[in-house]
Design a protein around this ligand. Structure first.
Ligand code: KG4
Ligand code: ZN
Length: 331
């Protein structure tokens, strides 16, 4: 069975074809970064308009690169939510039209579940159950994952998402959007111990996160003295990154220990962060836990993960009808 996946929940228009395994036959991502860079973040209305322009080309390209005849596609899976309403409506409505025109079943995929399915696209997959940390621009949450569609929420952020914190700090430092990759690059030459930013979430016993305190501490630091020298910016970036990474890794490992679960995973755009990957590998090993991370190219938004989630739903016969609507928030 081959599934066509379509993703448009935020600022990437993506399409992919995935077969059993899951085996990725093609994956195309049209990024809108250039459109939003000038604003230091995603502008929802512009995002919807860019999706409209891109979606049919991206889907066509994915089908062509897969080298399949259209008759070989068994189902269309598209992100139904959560995300930006205008963006979601473009991809989901396109998928509906495509499915209707071709007489194919339509599958609505939860974007957060899709990020977890990125773990199964390449490399050794984790066995169930495992504790997963989803850290992206819109979400930061911990789940106990028990099956392809069984995710119990253990905790989530009370304010900013981890990726959002990277984006906001980068904006304050005039580093552009998205913030994660540029902060990671600058942090390589900085001293992570120079500014001991707070790790408030580590004080509580629960599994919730909070990143606004770290962000505010960075704002205060910048207000006192705007870093002009490259070295000072690098120290700020490294100290901020270290605080966020420490909280993410520590909470994930604590959750796994509390749930007596020997396997952990990190997914979502922030999982591409090299320092997080390094720290997770070292600390998981030290505690006797097995750690899983998708390769960086499957961490950010893509449609292969949507199609992979769609494969499971298709096998279970979990399709949706033409009246199905998108949703902007989970639960
Ligand atoms: O999963 P994703 O592509 O989209 C959402 O579903 O939100 O995640 C995007 C987020 C952005 O906030 C971006 O700054 C962050 O992931 N990100 C990173 C890195 N690469 C992307 N954060 C830290 N380090 C990175 N290398
Ligand atoms: Zn995402």
């Amino acid at each position: 069975m081959f599934v066509l996946g379509i993703e448009s929940s935020c600022d990437d228009t993506a399409a992919a074809v995935v077969g059993e395994g899951p085996r990725v036959l093609s994956s195309v991502v049209a990024s809108q970064v250039e459109t939003h860079r000038a604003y230091g973040g995603v502008v929802p209305e512009l995002a919807s308009r860019r999706h409209i322009e891109a979606v049919s080309f991206v889907v066509h390209e994915a089908l062509e690169r897969a080298g399949l005849r259209l008759e070989e596609v068994a189902a269309v899976a598209a992100t139904r939510g959560p995300g930006l309403v205008g963006s979601l409506l473009v991809g989901f409505s396109f998928a509906k039209g495509f499915a209707l025109a071709r007489g194919l079943p339509l599958i609505g995929v939860n974007h957060l579940e899709a990020h977890v399915h990125a773990l199964f696209l390449e490399g050794p997959p984790p066995a169930y159950p495992f504790v997963a940390l989803l850290a992206s621009g819109g979400h930061t949450a911990l789940y106990l994952v028990t099956s392809p569609y069984g995710m119990d929420l253990l905790g989530q952020t009370r304010d900013d998402a981890a990726g959002e914190a990277f984006d906001k700090v980068a904006k304050m430092l005039g580093l552009g959007y998205p913030g994660g990759p540029v902060i990671e690059r600058l942090a390589r030459n900085g001293d992570p111990r120079r500014h001991p930013f707070p790790r408030p979430a580590l004080e509580g016993a629960g599994f919730d996160f909070s990143f606004s305190g770290i962000k505010t501490a960075v704002v205060r630091r910048i207000a006192r003295e705007l870093p002009a020298a490259e070295e000072a910016v690098a120290d700020l970036a490294a100290s901020f990154q270290e605080a966020v990474v420490e909280v993410l890794v520590e909470k994930l490992l604590r959750a796994a220990e509390a749930k007596h679960c020997p396997r952990v995973a990190v997914v979502g755009g922030v999982a591409a962060n090299g320092r997080l990957r390094q720290r997770l590998a070292a600390e998981a090993e030290a505690r006797g836990l097995e750690a899983f991370l998708p390769p960086p190219r499957w961490c950010g938004d893509n449609a292969a993960m949507v199609a992979a989630a769609g494969l499971h739903l298709a096998r279970a016969g979990r399709f949706c009808g033409p009246e199905a609507d998108v949703f902007t928030r989970n639960g």
